[in-house]
Ligand binder design. Structure first.
Ligand code: ADP
Length: 398
C-alpha cells in the first residue's frame, strides 16, 4: 500500500509518498508561496535525475493539492498511475489539545475537535485543517489519518504539565504544558532502543530535537514524562528565533518601555529572539559559526547560551528520571553541528557522559558518538517524522 504524507504550513506544503510494503520513499516535494503569487511546486521522484519544477498559480491549499495530485500521476515524473493506488493519506497536525493521545482516522468529529483546538495553535492548526479539507474534497474516497505533534507527550504526569497558576485557568482554558515535536521524539527514542538493543520499556532517555525550533524530552520506560516546550512552542530551549524560557514579567516591562502591546512583544519573542536576537547575525547556526570565526563576541555568546540551556534541561531530566541510559541528538542542529554537540556535552564526565571527539565528527548519520567507557550513551539519530506519520496511517487503515 502507498501512503501520501502531507504537512501543510500557512503558505507551504511538504509531501512524501511511501510504499509501505517496504517503507521506502518513492517521491517527495514541496509547494511554496501558496496564495502569495509566484507559487511553485518542486517534485522529486526518487531515483530520477532531476526534480520537476511546476510554476503555476495556486491560490489556496486545494489548488496546491490538485497540483500535487497531477505531479504524482504525471506520466513522466509521477509515481502512481491513478489516485486509487494511494491507500491512505496521513496529515501532520500540530495540536490536539488533551483530546487525542494517539493518531486517529479523520472523520467529521475529528475535524470538529481540531477546529476547537485552533485557539491553542492559531498559527499551525488552520493550515493543517485546510490540507485536510482540500484532500477530503479532491479525494473523497481515500481514508485520512491525523498524526499529532502533541500526542506523544500526553503521557506526562500532572506535576510536569500543570503550571503554577490559578487551577481554574487549566480547567476553563486548557492552559497547561502540551509539548511539541512528539513524532520526532517518539521516532528517535524507538531507534535508540533498537541501536542499544534493549526494550524501550527499560530505558531512560533524553531526546534533544535541535532544529530551528528545539525541544528536549525525558522518556522513561517508553513514556514521555516531561518536555521543554509548553502551552505553545515558545517555551523551553533557546531556539533560532524564539527566546525559550524567560521571566514572564519581562513581557510587560518591554511593552511599557517600547510602547508595544503584549501580542507585539510575544511576536518579538517568537521571531526576533533566540540565537538570532543574541548574535544579531542569523537564526542559522552555520551563519553564526561563520561569525564566530571572524571574532563576533555576540555570536560566541549566542552559541554558549544555547548550549547552556540544553545542558540545563539534560541536568533537570537526569534528576527527574533518577538516572539515564542515553542522550539522543536529532534535527538540523543536532544532526549536523559537530561543535554544538561538543559544547553541550563538554564537562559532563562526572555524570558519566563522555563524548568521543573523533566519533562525533559526523553529520546526518545514525551512530553512537560517546566514548566506549561512557556510562551514558550519546547517539546521533536523524529524525524521520514522515515515516512515523506513514506508519501510523498505514497501521490504522490497512
Ligand atoms: P526546522 O525543521 O525546525 O525548520 P531543521 O531541523 O531543518 O529545522 O533545522 C534547521 C537548522 O539546522 C538550520 O537553521 C541550521 O541552524 C541548522 N543546521 C543545518 N545544517 C547545519 C550544519 N551543517 N551545521 C550547523 N547547523 C546546521
Amino acid at each position: 500500500m502507498k501512503v501520501l504524507v502531507i504537512n501543510c504550513g500557512s503558505s507551504s506544503l511538504k509531501y512524501q509518498v511511501l510504499d509501505m510494503t517496504n517503507e521506502s520513499l518513492i517521491a517527495k516535494g514541496l509547494v511554496e508561496r501558496i496564495g502569495l503569487g509566484g507559487s511553485v511546486l518542486k517534485h522529486e521522484k526518487v531515483g530520477a535525475a532531476e526534480k520537476a519544477v511546476i510554476e503555476t498559480s495556486m491560490k489556496d491549499h486545494k489548488e496546491a493539492i490538485a497540483q500535487v495530485i497531477a505531479a504524482l500521476t504525471n506520466k513522466d515524473y509521477g509515481v502512481i498511475s491513478s489516485m486509487e493506488e494511494l491507500g491512505a493519506i496521513g496529515h501532520r497536525v500540530v495540536h490536539a489539545g488533551e483530546k487525542y493521545a494517539a493518531s486517529i482516522i479523520i472523520d467529521d468529529t475529528v475535524i470538529k475537535v481540531l477546529e476547537d483546538c485552533v485557539e491553542l495553535a492559531p498559527l499551525h492548526n488552520p493550515p493543517n485543517l485546510l490540507g485536510i479539507t482540500a484532500c477530503k474534497e479532491l479525494l473523497p474516497g481515500t481514508p485520512m489519518v491525523a498524526v499529532f505533534d502533541t500526542a506523544f507527550h500526553q503521557t506526562m504526569p500532572a506535576e510536569s504539565y500543570i503550571y503554577a497558576l490559578p487551577y481554574e485557568y487549566y480547567e476553563k482554558y486548557g492552559i497547561r504544558r502540551y509539548g511539541f515535536h512528539g513524532t520526532s521524539h517518539k521516532y528517535v527514542a524507538e531507534r535508540a532502543a533498537a541501536i542499544l538493543d534493549k526494550p524501550l520499556s527499560q530505558l531512560k532517555l533524553i531526546t534533544c530535537h535541535l532544529g530551528n525550533g528545539a525541544s528536549v524530552s525525558a522518556i522513561k520506560n517508553g513514556k514521555c514524562i516531561d518536555t521543554s516546550m509548553g502551552f505553545t512552542p515558545l517555551e523551553g530551549l533557546v531556539m533560532g528565533t524564539r527566546s525559550g524560557d524567560l521571566d514572564p514579567a519581562i513581557i510587560s516591562f518591554i511593552a511599557s518601555k517600547e510602547g508595544k502591546s503584549a501580542d507585539e512583544v510575544i511576536n518579538i519573542l517568537n521571531k526576533e529572539s533566540g540565537v538570532l536576537g543574541i548574535s544579531g547575525v542569523s537564526s542559522d547556526f552555520r551563519d553564526i559559526e561563520e561569525a564566530v570565526k571572524s571574532g563576533s563576541e555576540r555570536a560566541i555568546l549566542a552559541l554558549k547560551v544555547f548550549a547552556h540551556r540544553v545542558r540545563f534541561y539534560i541536568g533537570a531530566y537526569l534528576a527527574e528520571m533518577n538516572g539515564l541510559d542515553a542522550i539522543i541528538f536529532t534535527a538540523g542542529v543536532g544532526e549536523n553541528d559537530i561543535d554544538m554537540r561538543e559544547l553541550i556535552t563538554n564537562e559532563l564526565n562526572r555524570l558519566g557522559i563522555k563524548l568521543d571527539l573523533v566519533k562525533n565528527k559526523v553529520r546526518g548519520k545514525e551512530t553512537i558518538i560517546s566514548a566506549d567507557d561512557s556510562k551514558v550513551k550519546l547517539l546521533l539519530i536523524p529524525t524521520n517524522e514522515e515515516l512515523v506519520i506513514a506508519r501510523d496511517t498505514y497501521a490504522l487503515t490497512k
